[in-house]
Design a binder for this molecule. Structure first.
Ligand SMILES: N[C@@H](CCC(=O)N[C@@H](CS)C(=O)NCC(=O)O)C(=O)O
Length: 334
């Protein structure tokens, strides 16, 4: 694990001492935006036009943030429009790598060995953490965006003219609800497992793990009455919760000590997780081999001997009970 400082790779972990034992996630820095015709993004970000085969997605199959984007790519029928390379599950001295002998797909676009090289190709003086997912633009030869929340929004709309796909995972009339759920899920669940697991002080860990389970309780209650997080429609809010839930019992419960309960112990969350897992196309984006090997083998401070647990046994294909609640699937744009 490491970071770039003025374009030079430094092999160093997260500095929790600087924040009294807290893990503080760095904000993504590369934030240009793909739009259908290259006009600026929603907040005036520099725009680039959607084109077939122009952009390439670099992901880790282990990473919950990258996984969101893989699901959106699949649901939006973008497989033949945006190519993908995945890293090796191991994130060690050189960070994410494209070592095929360790399980990476390799990098056919730039032929790099290490993910950090894509950042220095983008900016020879790059300073910051080197993260997946990253969307590469073959035309300008750089990463245009490395923030999964942005990538979800772009993939939901910008390429519709090329694919004819009209599914809308961020419908205008549900945005207020989706944004509010996303904020809670991001702070306490998506990031909450990391702030719990990477805490280096007991009190800091306890604060985050309690907040995490309070948020899971809120989601459990919400899903008693609602089929999906924003109501009857499946939206990006569900994708964003799913990628944490699917890793929870296999990794976060043990490795990150998020062990008040398992997802399996929550009737609604467990059934909801299975419904989403069984959604056409989604199970194919889940790779437990990468997920387990990544976490248990990449964080030597947490798991120094690198033993990967054999279990748990998960039966995500068994039936769910979510049909008891009204659901309409994914909205189509008018
Ligand atoms: N804000 C980013 C966060 C991505 C992120 O933190 N990815 C992790 C993998 S799960 C990573 O690459 N970490 C490397 C590091 O922090 O050095 C996003 O959501 O796209």
């Amino acid at each position: 694990m490491g970071l770039l400082i003025d374009g030079t790779w430094h092999n160093q972990g997260y500095d929790t001492d600087k924040h009294s034992g807290e893990f503080v996630r760095e904000s993504a820095k590369l934030r240009d935006w793909i739009t259908s015709d290259g006009r600026p993004g929603p907040d005036g970000q520099p725009g680039l036009p959607a084109e077939t085969s122009r952009y390439h997605l670099y992901v880790s199959l282990a990473c919950p943030w990258a996984h969101r984007v893989l699901i959106m790519r699949r649901l939006k029928g973008l497989e033949s429009v945006i190519g993908v390379s995945h890293t090796s599950p191991l994130m060690l001295d050189q960070g994410w790598t494209y070592r095929e002998d360790e399980g990476s797909s390799g990098d056919p676009v730039n032929g790099v060995d290490f993910h950090h090289q894509l950042y220095t190709l983008t900016d020879p003086h790059y300073t910051g953490r080197v993260t997946v997912p990253a969307l590469w633009d073959k035309s300008s030869g750089r990463i245009v965006n490395n923030e999964s929340a942005d990538l979800l929004r772009m993939l939901n709309g910008a390429f519709d003219g090329l694919t004819g796909n009209r599914l809308d995972l961020y419908p205008a009339d549900l945005r207020e609800t989706i944004d509010a759920v996303n904020a809670d899920v991001y702070d306490h669940i998506n990031n909450g497992v990391y702030t719990s697991g990477f805490a280096t002080e007991q009190a800091v860990y306890e604060k985050h793990v309690v907040a995490l389970f309070e948020a899971l309780d809120r989601m459990e209650a919400r899903l008693t009455e609602h089929r999906y997080l924003a109501g009857e429609w499946f939206t990006e809010a569900d994708i964003r919760l799913f990628t944490t839930l699917i890793r929870f019992d296999a990794v976060y419960h043990g490795h990150f000590k998020c062990n008040l309960r398992r997802i399996e112990d929550y009737p609604n969350l467990a059934n909801y997780l299975r419904e989403l897992y069984q959604w056409p196309g989604i199970a194919e984006t889940v790779d437990f081999e990468h997920i387990k090997r990544h976490y248990y083998l990449s964080h030597a401070t947490i798991n120094p001997n690198g033993i990967v647990p054999y279990g748990p046994l998960l039966d995500l294909d068994r039936p769910h009970d979510r049909n008891r609640l009204p659901g309409k699937g994914i909205r189509e744009k008018d």
